[in-house]
Write a protein that binds this ligand. Sequence first.
Ligand code: FMN
Ligand code: SF4
Length: 411
Amino acid sequence: MNNVLLHPDSQGANLSEWLSGNGGTGLENALSDPKGIIAIIEQAGLRGLGGSGFPAYKKWQFVAEQAANSDKYLICNGNEDEPGTFKDAYLLSHSPNQVIEGALITALASNINKIVFYINPEQKTSLENIRIAVEQWQTSRFFEQIEAALETSLNIRVMASSGHYIGGEETAAIESVEGNFPFPRGKPPFPAVSGVHGCPTLINNIETLANVSHILRNGAQWYQDLGNGNSAGTKIYCLSGDVLKPGVYELPMGTPLSELIFNYGGGMLLDKKVKAVFTGGASSTILTPKDIDVPLDFESVKERGSSLGTGAMIVVSEGTGIVKRVTEYVNFYAHSSCGQCPPCKTGTFYISQLLNKIDTGQASEYDLESLINLCKILPGSGRCHLLNGAMQVVDSSLIHFIDEYKSSLRP
Ligand SMILES: Cc1cc2nc3c(=O)[nH]c(=O)nc-3n(C[C@H](O)[C@H](O)[C@H](O)COP(=O)(O)O)c2cc1C
Ligand code: SF4
């Protein structure tokens, strides 16, 4: 297994141990040529690993290009509250130094002088370990060198997010950092132009940032070679559901889904057959056994009509009701809607009611038709992606399991 982020050498909260291993070399390389960092990240092909898959260098470039007459922020997004996703908490609690080194290099690349570690309050160990590690970095020899390269002081803040799922959305995170309730903002302006207190703001996921020090240490080609030609590097999967060995697994991009489930996940509980996999988290789409061979990279998963998302893979075995599972997820999204956009506030509530009715055998054919129609009308009518994500999982389940929906209707 080509572990990088989960490799034993990358673990530990003690900075001197991290620096006595391979740690620090990426930052040294970055300090020797700060202007060259973004080109290396572009050549490496690093993409956002928090769900979007957006090329990292593009966002960094936007922020770097903004005028230098105001503060610039980096939000390290560790809100992580989506059902089935637990990789960032693992990285923050087990290996905070690689995350912090990545954030420092990112700050150097985009001329950022304010870094905020934005962490789910339920993840107490993550918060504690990142706080301890940040204090060590602030007294290390690197800190002065970074401030000299930035030509200003560097401020690092570790904060607990509000704990709401919606607080992980990038503009909601900006509101939170400003001390407000995490209501997503309309775009434009994009955060790179106007984010925290109107300043240029870069937001990256914890796993994205964790890769950065390794790329700067080993080079862009090394990172490319870890992948399969479609997507570079590795991906951490949060494997859960009906498998024998659920957990976090880091595998090279392009590893087949079947290998993740049967080799690493130990196969199915009670030797049952796979019925479905919620690929990329609860707000993504479903893959069925015919796609079990799909190479897990951004492009290949997209070609099968799904997405890699956060890397959460929730495996469902034969005998499990899909309607019940989808109902549980949509209840979560209805509860998580911030309520700003009427189609999302009422839409997720109504969809959740319809699903609960179907799941308990009380729904009519008309209810099912309403559900199908809402899947066509609602996507795209909210300010942020929460509504689309909720509708995506419903729509996908209707495509693959319509018979199950029909047989759940009242006679
Ligand atoms: C409802 C919602 C919740 C989100 N929660 C998170 C989160 O907890 N962590 C995260 O990194 N990204 C989350 N995102 C995605 C962010 O908006 C953003 O795309 C991401 O932090 C960018 O980082 P990346 O480019 O490194 O992936 C969420 C998006 C939505 C719509
Ligand atoms: S789509 Fe939903 S969660 Fe997103 S801003 Fe609108 S109401 Fe809030």
